[in-house]
Write a protein that binds this ligand. Structure first.
Ligand code: ADP
Length: 238
């Protein structure tokens, strides 16, 4: 389970996130949405430990700065970055070793096949297209069997086959009781996936509600409705 409690972040005098609190349960796909500048990236970068912040973030009750939390958490950044002199396969092997796992060749083969990277496994990081980097980044996050997975704009730059596989994988992770948080502008891409809507505006959480709580509307309509009224919906959580 992911819990964010009273998260605030200033960039000099800009308050990018203002006391944000929300949670994502195991077995849930949460979407983090909001207009540009709402504070989504800052929130995600705080959760994954890239930024310092005020407040508390826990992963299965472990403080997000602890090793125990980091071992449970995987992150697919919006802009993937590769090691220029590691091959595709070596990236995934390296991630397995960094998380303290043995290299599982069958598992790596399956991921490479799934994302149509098997015949590209010997390409170097600096030889990859943006879409290929994104797919490697997704494979790296999945090979470590995370309990909580954070995906920042994961569909951008992916081809239709990869989008289909990723959606299927997200549903498999959910059925496996994992906790998934997706930040995205591409609401039509996650409409069939989401269980919980976390809406941010001006650094604050406007909604943290399940599909059952907000009704069976499509996500885009709901987004505009909630923003129009500045309506707060869902569970208050400190
Ligand atoms: P979102 O991801 O929802 O578009 P961000 O978290 O990127 O929002 O930004 C939230 C606010 O923080 C915006 O006002 C943005 O201009 C500001 N901001 C983001 N990053 C920085 C930074 N590195 N330095 C100064 N201000 C920043």
């Amino acid at each position: 389970m992911l819990k964010v409690s009273n998260l605030s972040k200033y960039y000099r005098d800009v308050k990018a996130v203002d006391g944000a609190s929300f949670f994502v349960n195991n077995g849930e796909v949460a979407v983090l949405v909001g207009p540009n500048g709402a504070g989504k990236s800052t929130t995600i970068q705080s959760i994954v430990g890239i930024l310092r912040f005020d407040g508390k973030v826990t992963i299965d009750d472990h403080d997000n700065r602890s090793l125990a939390a980091k071992q449970l958490l995987a992150y697919v950044p919006e802009i993937p970055s590769m090691y220029p002199l590691l091959t595709v396969r070596e990236h995934i092997e390296f991630m397995s070793l960094a998380y303290g796992f043995d290299i599982d060749n069958d598992k790596i083969d399956a991921l490479l096949h799934r994302f149509e990277l098997f015949d590209k496994q010997d390409k170097l990081g600096n030889e990859l297209s943006k879409g290929m980097m994104q797919k490697v980044s997704i494979c790296c996050s999945l090979v470590v069997d995370p309990e909580v997975i954070i995906l920042d704009e994961p569909m951008v730059g992916l081809d239709p086959t990869a989008i289909k596989e990723l959606k299927q994988l997200i549903l498999e992770l959910k059925n496996d009781n994992k906790c998934i948080l997706i930040s995205t502008h591409m609401m039509e891409m996650v409409d069939s996936l989401w269980d919980r809507l976390i809406l941010m505006k001006e650094g604050k959480i406007l909604s943290n509600a399940t599909k059952a709580e907000v009704g069976d509307q499509d996500l885009e309509a709901l987004f505009f409705d909630l923003l129009k009224d500045d309506e707060t919906v869902g569970v208050e959580y400190e």
